[in-house]
Design a protein around this ligand. Sequence first.
Ligand code: IVH
Length: 671
Amino acid sequence: MNDPITIKERLVDLKKLISEHNYHYYVLDNPLISDAEFDKIFLEIKAIEDLNPELITIDSPTQRVGGEPNKSFKQITHQRPMLSLGNAFDEKDLDVFDKRIREELGVANISYVAEPKFDGLAVTIVYVDGELHLAATRGDGSVGEDVTHNIKTIKSIPLKLPSNSPAGQIEIRGEVIMLKNDFIGLNKRQLEANEKVFANPRNAAAGSLRQLDPTIAASRPLSFYAYSIFCDNKTLASQEEGLDLLKQLLIPTSNLTKRVDGVRGMIDFYNAINNARKSLPFDIDGVVYKVNSLNMQDELGFVSRAPRWAIAHKFAAEEAMTTIKDINVQVGRTGSITPVARLMPVVVAGVTVTNATLHNEDELRRKDIHIGDFVMVRRAGDVVPEVIKVVHEKRPNDIKKFEMPTLCPECSNVLVREEGESVLRCNAGMLCPAQRKQSIMHFASRKAMDIDGLGEKIIDQLIESSLVLSVSDLYTVKTEKLLKLDRFAKKSAENLIESIEKSKKTTLGKFIYALGIRNVGEATAYDLAKQFGSIDKIMSASKESLLSIHDIGPTVATSIQNYFNEDTNREQVAILLKEGIQWDSIEVGAEEISNELEGLVFVLTGTLTSLKRDEAKNLILSCGGKVSGSVSKKTDYVIAGLDAGSKLDKASALGVKVIGEDELIQLTKKG
Ligand code: IVH
């Protein structure tokens, strides 16, 4: 095992591998493997070199930063190298990092600045006497590409600095990224124009910045966040001072950044950011800690590839490569047929993934997905894992094309594709066992009737034993019948009956949501409840009166009418009411009802800190207000959390009032 020839050969192989992946990642913007797999190869090289320093060569990836610069751009030699960062994956790595620094400096405690690690493209922007002079990508760390023409199209980057800024040259470094919402919008437009869609916001940002034609870059929604500054004529004492100066110069910086002390402080920051990650407007792949004092930074210096005063604390990977064993379809609650990839199990962000959604047939064809393909799978938070793309370079010869079925796999009904729809559908409704089961699950779910203890397994049992065939049957089940089922004891049976009984007292909004009308989510259900005030009025509402509700368009209005035009659905409602379902209030909970926000329209943006998004939304709804997704002239208030993005700009452009969470809570208490 320790044979030096074997190790040397291994090192040669690993270096070759890294250089291939570097090329795909940095030059082609088309990674073949996930960041985590790349990091693993890199770490193995590093480990071998640490043990055998005589094997380090100048072509080692540990001796340089990134890939080759793209030849078709003018090359720019950086005045100071653009470095990379070492990685930490756990508390132990942070301990080692912090201890080394403390020992080297002979200091007991170190203050760090903790920042989000943006997942985009590093750029440097040089201002001379206040004017944007030059912008370049990182390239290989020493020589980058001139992207001044494209950087100038990013509106958040000033072309001129405020007149009181330091004279001479100022170099600013940061990350060009694409906000998650902008990315979704861009891909939608690309799709409509039959253009390439991007796998993730990072690739979209990189692909947009590396355009020779600035008009293309200008049409792409890019953002920029700065994290370092160097001034010819101003001495700075700390990273914090640098960030303050950037703010003064009106350069975008992240307001998630925080000063922290020691390893404890780092971990608290990491956990807080990790929790907020899903609701941040942009992707981050970890956090960065930097020694705050610039004197200390100078003293610590650099190793070949990275500063010794900073480290990146990476999140567990959210993307991984695996193969598709098979593809089959799932029938959704409203009959939609979704193709699902059955995968070779793979760990993504700490969770083993075996299935991933392929959305619909068009999506599957567009991504050219076949059974047997190698694919990249993404899992973001608790969202259903999805296949992002095929790794064509690894495509085997024996792949198999997947054909969508023509009959429902659950009930053999003929599937239809309605006009203007991208999904196939089984219209058998409650006659289809899959739709029956999912409707009951939805009905019982927390945001609907909230029947505690009624999970998927019990619903399966209830259906199999024919005790429950429709949602209204839930209210006729008796304890004695439950006792005949597997795994039910007296106590558990009584508890379930009690939960079912308790659910009878609800709100009109929750009841409408629970019915599972196609295209009627929670917010629309509350809107209907509030507008009409009674189930009878909703059931007989005219199209015009439905359309008069904010946020209800023709598709939703038609779905509502179609639902109540079905005799079986009207019967279900009648039986449920006869069984004793009732509400005192039309919206959330009677105790929460007030009308302080009556008639006001709110838009939520950024990361809220004291309330969760859902809580803020419910608070507004329960006080008679409305929540909208986009800022318009009709918006009364924008509630801005941390790092609020473009919605704030829109609010200020339209003169819409911007307030914080605390002020929102104050508003609800007024009067
Ligand atoms: S500091 C000398 N701060 O991460 C210090 N980098 O792996 C190097 N990045 O090239 C940069 N967010 O593209 C720094 N808050 C942040 C960052 C950050 C993202 C990227 C940057 C850099 C790479 C290093």
